[in-house]
Design a protein around this ligand. Structure first.
Ligand SMILES: [Zn+2]
Length: 309
């Protein structure tokens, strides 16, 4: 499981940073990629990665500000032009209005898609668990921005223990149907009378990962709730230390506030994105240094950077 950042800039694109988008790559888990936000130019960024648009099965939108959604019509249209590839449906989750934005852009531009889009819109009253599959559950909660904006908590379900085949072989279990029985937790007796207890040969279940991806926000308790015990928290850092007042006025956070959220939530790792173009590279290292005084495991991400979870 990896996160690849497609756009890490705030508000408008700069040469170094495109506007917001990131890909949660779940290729080993479910052979899918989930996009979070889709700012203008996201499809161009994807060209510089190994991500295949057809693998993008779900898109989660945090809020309807342009720097988070203007890339949708282009991405969705290009996704249709993958010759000789099967056309697969796509789900879009986001605030009420996202369906109208997408359908209007497609209709006005005469774009016809050879695949279906299933829209899942929500508002203040319909948040909570927004998706559950056999491997993942996704929750959304309202943040505190200048318009309705949410954060997402993606929870992987616990992973079953794995069978220790070497240990079984050493115990004299012949490879075959018995392996399957033991894997299913069944104790078995071998022909020579040896009892094999399944629990001795299956590792303990591993807890699933928790990934928290927030939209634009002031510091708020909802962020902490979404990030409780998260393996990774992706938090905006539009402003730096000392800019708390201006951050608040514009509905954003500083690096210090993001670090406080990570610390209060007991998250394991903090990745800062939504970085203003005002910050030069020396400012970026300062952003990190300052945040690390509150929460040590912090990193300011760059466009195209890939982080293993
Ligand atoms: Zn915004």
């Amino acid at each position: 499981m990896d996160i690849q950042f497609l756009g890490t800039g705030a508000g408008q694109p700069s040469k170094a940073r495109n506007v917001s988008s990131l890909a949660l790559k779940l290729l080993d888990e479910i052979n899918e990629v989930w996009l979070f936000d889709c700012g203008e130019g996201t499809q161009n960024r994807i060209l510089e990665t190994t991500i295949r648009p057809r693998k993008v099965s779900k898109i989660f939108i945090t809020h309807l500000h342009g720097d988070h959604i203007f890339g949708l019509p282009g991405f969705l249209s290009s996704r249709a032009f993958q010759a000789n590839e099967e056309q697969t449906d796509l789900d879009i989750y986001g605030p009420q209005g996202i369906k109208s934005f997408v359908l209007t852009s497609l209709r006005v531009s005469g774009s016809r898609l050879p695949y279906r889009i299933h829209f899942h819109e929500f508002d203040q009253d319909s948040l909570g668990k927004i998706l559950e599959t056999d491997k993942f559950t996704v929750y959304a909660e309202e943040l505190d921005h200048t318009i309705f904006c949410v954060g997402y908590r993606v929870m992987q379900k616990d992973l079953e223990g794995t069978l220790d085949a070497e240990k079984l072989k050493a115990a004299g279990v012949p490879f075959g149907p018995l392996f399957g029985k033991i894997k299913n937790g069944q104790d078995v007796v071998l022909e020579d009378g040896t009892e094999i207890k399944a629990a001795d040969y299956i590792s303990a279940p591993r807890p699933g990962k928790i990934i928290t991806i927030l939209g634009d926000t002031r510091k708020t308790n909802a962020s902490v709730r979404l990030a409780v015990n998260a393996d990774v928290l992706v938090h905006e850092s539009t402003y730096g230390k000392g800019d708390e007042k201006i951050a608040h006025n514009h509905g954003h956070s500083t690096n210090m506030q993001a670090a406080q959220v990570a610390a209060e939530a007991g998250a394991k790792r903090l990745l800062l994105n939504h970085i203003s173009a005002r910050f030069l590279s020396k400012d970026i290292s300062q952003l990190k240094k300052d945040a690390a005084t509150v929460f040590e495991n912090v990193h300011v991400v760059k466009d195209l950077e890939e982080v293993e979870i």
